[in-house]
Design a protein around this ligand. Structure first.
Ligand SMILES: [Fe+2]
Length: 414
């Protein structure tokens, strides 16, 4: 049996309780290298403090499982839902998102105590929960995995603000130093199906599975590399308005954008492992949709649509690739496949699939209300917990966002 099969089987056989405990532990492990001050800083309004991620994921379980499904459960602190509700209007008023970094109290240790309190209550309640609550535990696990990725990208953004450029942790050496030659392969033409089936967990936005028409197209065998991005810069990519969408050109001018987010002028980049030489063979990352779109135009290509990407990835194993297995520093690496290293921008807006219905109850606010002004990203990144993503997965961010591990793969009409 291959290591790959071992991993897939292990995941299928792990009970809900085991996966819950493993997920909760990984979040604590991710916080282990941080001081209270590290965990309190909010580098910009869209990013959240590490401490807030730890508490908010706990609030999710406390609110939607313990409060709603466990008679007699008492909140750890009645004032804290106001602090740690993210965006659920159904749950009432909350602390302003841009001010999350002002929460010097509760301390990191108090948040750890909150986690222990909720974990103990979940452990005690698990065997007696109704099926609807077990589904919410599954959602809570997947929700916490999303925040584990945000935890890493937000702490990278936090440390990038510090002139001392502290490393979060040590990066292991690269195992591969080469890039495959770029080639394009024909995608399927005609009516195909995309979206999640009704089997197993998927977020509401991935359903229903439905038919869609693909015109003739080709898709690249690999992601765009840092070396290719260097060529784009050298060729005046950031100074040629005809390559850019109007909104993208205005954004670039206003923000003074001229390279991926963490690149420095001396050929180095800032990573979770601190400052290092740019790995030219690795997939480019920390680029916005606008940059990805302009690069594709410069290449004589375009970004794939969500449906083209999903059909292309349908036969790939989402468990394989450079993804998050344990706490520590991560970085995109050369030589990866379809899933892992970087999320891939698509040309598709984040809109409901035909027949989409939001989940019932307060968690119906999870995805549906964000279907405006955001682009779909597919795949997984080096910071995505392994097992979290799949071909139908729909990550989404506004087109100017670039603090996530975002990159691209080219496509073109055929
Ligand atoms: Fe959340």
């Amino acid at each position: 049996m291959t290591a790959l099969l071992d991993r897939s089987t292990a995941r299928a056989e792990a009970t809900l309780g085991e996966r819950l405990r493993a997920t909760r532990k990984l979040s604590l492990d991710l916080a282990a290298p941080l001081s209270d001050a590290d965990a309190t800083i909010q580098p910009f309004p869209d990013a959240s403090p590490a401490k807030w991620h730890l508490a908010h994921t706990t609030w999710f379980f406390e609110t939607f499982i313990l409060r709603d499904h466990v008679p007699g459960y008492r909140l750890f602190d009645e004032r804290w839902p106001f602090l740690f509700n993210s965006y659920y209007d159904g749950e009432g008023a909350r602390h302003a998102r841009p001010k999350r970094g002002m929460l010097s109290r509760p301390s990191l240790d108090e948040v750890r105590a909150y986690r222990a309190h909720v974990d103990e209550a979940l452990d005690g309640a698990l065997s007696g929960l109704p099926p609807a609550a077990l589904d919410l535990i599954e959602l809570g696990i997947n929700h916490e995995q999303q925040h584990q990725e945000l935890f890493l990208t937000d702490i990278l953004a936090t440390f990038a603000e510090n002139p001392l450029e502290p490393p979060y942790d040590e990066l292991s050496p690269a195992a591969c130093f080469a890039t495959e030659p770029l080639s394009f392969h024909a995608g399927r033409e005609g009516i195909v199906e995309i979206g999640a089936t009704e089997d197993g967990f998927a977020f509401d936005a991935e359903r229903p599975r439905h038919r869609i028409f693909l015109a003739g197209h080709e898709i690249a065998n690999r992601r765009v590399t840092n070396g290719e991005w260097r060529d784009f810069i050298a060729d005046g990519g950031y100074a040629t308005p005809s390559l850019w969408l109007s909104d993208g050109w205005a954004w670039l001018q206003q923000e003074g954008i001229g390279a991926p987010l963490y690149w420095r002028a001396d050929g180095t980049e800032f990573t979770l492992g601190g400052r290092r030489e740019i790995d030219w063979a690795a997939p480019v990352t920390h680029v916005s949709f606008y940059e990805a779109d302009a690069f594709a135009r410069w290449s004589g290509a375009r970004l794939p649509t969500e449906a083209e990407w999903e059909d292309f990835a349908a036969s790939a194993d989402p468990m394989v690739g450079n993804q998050l297995d344990q706490a520590g520093a991560v970085v995109p690496r050369p030589g990866g496949g379809v899933f892992g290293d970087v999320w891939e921008w698509t040309a598709s807006a984040f809109l409901p699939h035909p027949g989409f219905a939001p989940a019932e109850g307060a968690v119906g606010e999870y995805n549906g209300k964000f279907m405006s002004g955001q682009m779909v990203l597919k795949g997984a990144s080096c910071a995505t917990p392994r097992g979290h993503s799949r071909a139908s997965y729909r990550n989404f961010f506004p087109p100017a966002s670039r603090w996530q591990f975002t990159g691209l793969r080219l496509a073109r009409d055929a």
